[in-house]
Design a protein around this ligand. Structure first.
Ligand code: ES4
Ligand code: ZN
Length: 474
């Protein structure tokens, strides 16, 4: 993959690496380090052999976190990286320049990939196999990262990174399915939603105290802020906590305090949405709803999530009616693994204001026309759809077709700790796979604001900030 050289590149450094699923690279001091996300063999060299030792790169078998995090880590110094060889060798070019250290893409580009940099331990063989003009996705990547936007579809329990999972497991004496972050991440390859949900609900068990929920939410908000989020609407799954004996109040208290602190410290506004699990009974959902009633001033709305197929929206018609009567706003996951008819049902029977995912709207032209006419937002999650095999590859994702058909499409991260990337990585992935223009990206950012539940004054302010940002960067 070759890209034009950045105009202000001080120095070109190019290495070709062999890579499995993802790659990272970076320049630190006089050394270039590249590595890849899942153990592929990697080597790198400084541009001048007389400079510092070639960096060694430790492949972190890890999915990406965010561009920002990767860049920050790439600045950390010289690296040592070890890697396990791999026979699959799609080729990929990585470049770096002194002033802007990271450019990274994988051939099966899913997202930016997290890197773990360790202190350099010694020399390693260098293997620069090719030189080429420096790729530069940085302008679009910076545009994506910095454009003001909102995230409207993220499960707070799905932001539990393995490091925190292990830490909280230790702290709360909860036994886990994995003993190291690498081992946890190695298990994050899913054959579908059900497979993922098994690990997701197992992970939730380490969350016990208000402090746990506070730390989890704070870590997410910092990442979202670094990805340009100015507003977030966060899901939580109360039944997954109360069914283990964790009081509803503990969950809400911990999350809420983090949201309040982030608004003050980071300027990120927020809303909280409680999801009913559709693979539990409507009676259980009603109990959750009644438990939430006293928190109506804190919880903006209710949603419907978990295993979709076999659990149609109509089962929750009464629950949603009671919720609406209690003053809660409404959303529902529909058309993720389930059919387009579930989207129609969610609109007609649950009377939801937004559809979470809505991928299968692509199968029903009549439904598409309705969604466009009524400007019902779809909170789409590209990397989630890729990881859960809702779409075979991102090039076939319906996001752009639906955007072009006039639907109010938004981009979100869903369960970023499990699906290879936070908000900006999701934008970058679809931008790359579907060839989105800057105007498309700006439209998605605007949609995220107009689809939010923010008061109109703040919506107007954020839309003006988007316009100013677009004008300033063109
Ligand atoms: C979820 Cl990706 C997804 N789909 C449905 N329910 C969920 N809960 C958490 N992540
Ligand atoms: Zn979701």
């Amino acid at each position: 993959m070759l890209l034009p050289a950045p105009p202000d590149a001080v120095e070109l450094v190019v290495a070709t690496v062999v890579v499995g699923r993802g790659v990272f690279g970076g320049r630190a001091g006089d050394g270039l380090a590249v590595g890849c996300a899942d153990g592929a063999s990697v080597a790198a060299t400084p541009p001048d052999e007389s400079a510092l030792d070639p960096a060694l790169v430790v492949a972190d078998p890890q999915p990406p976190s965010s561009t920002t995090a990767a860049k920050a880590m790439a600045r950390a110094g010289a690296f040592r990286i070890g890697a396990s060889p791999r026979s699959v060798v799609p080729r990929l070019t990585v470049s770096a320049r002194r002033s802007f250290p990271m450019v990274l893409r994988s051939s099966s580009f899913a997202a930016y990939h997290r890197v773990t940099m360790e202190p350099r331990l010694g020399r390693s063989p260098s293997t620069v196999t090719q030189e080429a003009p420096v790729p530069d996705h940085t302008a679009m990547d910076a545009f994506i990262r910095d454009i003001p936007k909102a995230e409207l579809h993220v499960h707070i329990e799905g932001t539990l990174e393995p490091e925190m999972l292990l830490e909280l497991g230790e702290r709360n004496g909860v036994e886990l399915h994995c003993a190291s972050a690498e081992e946890c991440r190695a298990a994050y390859h899913f054959n579908g939603l059900q497979h993922f949900l098994g690990l997701y609900y197992a992970g939730v068990e380490v969350l016990v105290t208000a402090r746990d929920y506070y730390e989890l939410t704070t870590a997410y908000l910092r990442r979202a802020h670094a990805d340009g989020a100015r507003h977030v609407e966060v899901f939580f799954d109360p039944q997954s906590h109360t069914s283990r004996g964790v009081p509803f109040a503990v969950v809400v208290e911990g999350i809420r305090r983090a949201l309040v602190d982030a608004e003050r410290q980071l300027g990120v506004s927020s809303g909280l949405i409680m999801c009913f699990q559709r693979d539990r009974s409507p009676a259980s959902a009603i109990i959750a709803l009644e438990t939430a009633r006293p928190y109506r001033h804190i919880i903006a709305g209710v949603g419907l999530d978990s295993a979709e197929v076999g659990h149609p929206p109509r089962e929750f018609e009464d629950v949603f009616r009671v919720a609406r009567e209690a003053g809660f706003r409404t959303v529902a996951h529909a058309g993720e693994e389930g059919p387009a008819e579930y989207i129609t049902e969610a609109l007609d029977l649950l009377k939801v204001e937004r559809i979470d995912h809505g991928v299968r709207a692509i199968d029903d032209r009549t439904l598409q026309r309705r969604l466009a006419r009524e400007q019902i937002p779809l909170t789409m999650c590209p990397l989630s759809n890729l990881e859960l095999q809702v779409t075979p590859d991102l090039a076939q994702h319906p996001l752009k077709r639906l955007l072009d058909a006039g639907l109010r499409v938004t981009v979100n991260s869903d369960d970023p700790a499990y699906f290879d990337g936070y908000l900006a990585a999701n934008y970058a992935a679809v931008q790359h796979a579907l060839g989105l223009t800057r105007a498309d990206v700006a439209a998605l950012a605007r949609n995220s604001i107009t689809a939010s539940w923010l008061p109109s004054a703040r919506q107007t302010k954020l839309l003006a900030e988007i316009d100013a940002f677009v004008a300033a960067t063109s």
